[in-house]
Structure formats: C-alpha cells, structure tokens
Design a protein around this ligand. Structure first.
Ligand SMILES: [Fe+2]
Length: 197
C-alpha cells in the first residue's frame, strides 16, 4: 500500500477521537487535519459527487454515517451563486474546501431563544474558503454558505451527527424567523465504512 488515506481509515480515526473526547473544541481540533488529509487523498471522488440539486442549489452526497446517524461524512457540491440560509448544526462540524470559492458568513444570535420560532441575528464576519482551507463549527454556531465562484464548488463536511437528525434550525434574519432545517441528501445508500472490532 502506498498509504493513501481512505474513507475506512478516516472513519476509524473519527471513532477513536470521539471515543476519547467529548468537547467539540477538542474533537474538531483533532479531526481538522485528518479531514484535510482525507479531502486531499486521491482516488475516492466519484463523478456523481459533482452533481448539484438545482432546486436546493447544492448537492449533498453522503459518504458515511454510523447506523445511529453519528459521524456523518458528506461531499457538498454547490452551483455558482447558490448557497444556504443562515443555519446552525446542533453538532460539531469540520469543513474542508476542495474546489472553487465558498463564502462563509458568520452570524451572532442576539435573542435568548426563549420565544418559539423567533430569532434575531446579526452578521458578524465572513471569509472565503478555497481548496485546502478548513473551518470548524460548534453546535450553536450560525453561518451561511454561498458559492461566490464561477463554477461548481465542492467541500468535504464531517459532522458529529447526520445534520438531518440533530433538530437544527435555519434562520430568516430579515423576518426574524427560526424554523427546522432539513436538507435533501442525494445518496440515501451510503457506502458504509467497514466496522472493525
Ligand atoms: Fe453549515
């Protein structure tokens, strides 16, 4: 073996890290360099990972999740000038830029979250991610993502739990609305990494 860092090894490392750490700061600190290593490893990217969902604006390609939906790894492919609403994740996240230019806008929540369906957000900063850049998110962190390049952009997303199973929210800052956020996943039959005892 030439030592290319594949999905099976990445998932084994995710299991080890999350067995040893519970703090999202420490987990993402350890996951970040491995996510970058996997994102840059040759050979695993397939043509369908480039496919975007025109209705949603981006394609969500599931590479792995555990049977209980923990440790979810996705490739996201974004159409130009499309992106997401502001959202949280309710789990930790590590994102690695693979192709193109994705603008990440961060938002601060100003209200205390006690009023159902209501949220007051303030834009707090932004950065543009390109290939090799790594971003770490914590469960209550709110951001939005937009493809600001001229072609399809791609990024590798690793979450502590599949984001359709965390009870997370999307936000409309203008109308001060919070509502459940579920995204359409293209590959409903993931290639499960081999579970090893
Ligand atoms: Fe996100």
């Amino acid at each position: 073996m030439t030592g290319s860092y594949g999905l099976d090894q990445y998932v084994r490392d995710l299991r080890t890290i999350t067995a040893e750490e519970t703090d999202p700061v420490k987990i993402t600190e350890r996951v970040a360099p491995l996510a970058k290593k996997f994102a840059q490893a040759p050979g695993w990217l397939r043509p369908e990972h480039w496919e975007c969902d025109p209705a949603q604006g981006f394609g969500v390609h599931l590479l792995h999740e555990e049977p209980n939906h923990d440790l979810a790894v996705f490739v996201l492919s974004w159409l130009p000038n499309r992106g997401t609403t502001p959202h949280n994740h309710k789990t930790w996240a590590v994102v690695v830029g693979m192709e193109g230019q994705e603008q990440e806008v961060n938002w601060n929540r100003l209200d205390d979250g006690s009023k159902p369906g209501y949220a007051e957000l303030k834009r707090s900063g932004e950065q543009v991610m390109t290939a090799g850049d790594v971003a770490r998110c914590y469960p209550e962190h709110i951001h939005s993502v937009w493809n600001v390049g001229s072609g399809v952009s791609m990024s590798l997303h690793t979450y502590g739990r599949h984001i359709n199973y965390t009870g997370r929210s999307e936000f409309d800052p203008q109308h001060k609305i919070e509502k459940p956020y579920v995204i359409k996943v293209a590959d409903e039959e993931p290639q499960q990494a081999q579970a090893r005892a």
